[in-house]
Write a protein that binds this ligand. Structure first.
Ligand code: ADP
Length: 221
């Protein structure tokens, strides 16, 4: 469930990740309280966020005094100090915060966060690494992978499906992937339909299991 627009959101740990999340939420119209134990990080965000507070969030009493129970969701952006990340997540969970989004730096960190009450765990560096590898190694222009083995990729239309409609090339039957959208150089993106004609030079957005998307892209020429 996404956070309610009217309720404030707490962002703890104003490093690169926390700052990016906090700024985006503020831009989208949320009230954002930023918290960090480092006065320079607090100072850096003071003019951008609704409110910025310097505090050590591993302490449950400190979080209680900040009124964390009144927040719709909390984001824990502490990464390098795993102990602080885990204790903060645990304290938020003990105080009854229902949506806790926590950043993990590796799988073990993620497993501990899961046990200590994080409702959503994000792996920004691992995910970005996978994405860069996919784009760099081949023909993908963009790539997003979801947790449940599902991926979406953007790529140039391969020759073997060009000059045919999607129905004629039967991509889903042959490759197990779905073409979601098509962009030809002179037009806007269109939702793909069986009668959509693919031309060389078009861009495709395709979706499917990670393996099928990777295979389809690897076979594309
Ligand atoms: P990034 O890689 O996104 O910059 P870091 O883990 O390096 O993430 O930084 C996270 C931020 O969390 C830092 O600004 C740091 O001061 C803050 N932080 C670390 N421990 C605590 C804590 N106990 N309470 C509040 N903020 C903390």
């Amino acid at each position: 469930m996404s956070a309610d627009k009217r309720k404030p959101i707490l962002v703890i740990g104003l490093g690169r990740f926390g700052q990016a999340v906090a700024k985006s939420l503020k831009r989208m119209g949320h009230e954002v309280l930023g918290v960090d134990c480092n006065p320079q990080s607090v100072q850096a965000m003071a003019d951008t966020l609704t409110q910025c507070v310097e505090a050590d969030t591993t302490d449950t009493e400190t979080l209680r005094r900040l009124g964390v129970e009144d927040f719709e969701a909390a984001v824990v952006g502490i990464g390098s100090d795993i102990e602080a990340s885990v204790l903060t997540t645990l304290a938020l969970s003990d105080l009854g915060v229902t949506q806790i989004w926590a950043k993990a730096v590796n799988d073990n960190h993620g497993r501990i966060l899961d046990r200590t009450g994080a409702t959503n765990i994000v792996y920004p560096e691992a995910r970005m690494g996978e994405r860069v590898a996919h784009i760099l190694s081949g023909k993908m222009i963009d790539y997003i992978e979801f947790d449940d083995d599902f991926a979406i990729a953007k790529l140039a239309a391969p020759k073997d499906i060009a000059e045919k409609t999607l129905g004629q090339s039967a991509i889903r039957t042959h490759h197990g992937i779905t073409v979601v959208g098509v962009k030809s150089p002179t037009k806007d993106f269109e939702y793909a339909q069986p009668h959509t004609m693919i031309e060389l030079g078009d861009l495709l957005i395709v979706s499917g299991t990670r393996q099928n998307v990777e295979r389809f892209v690897a076979a594309a020429s």
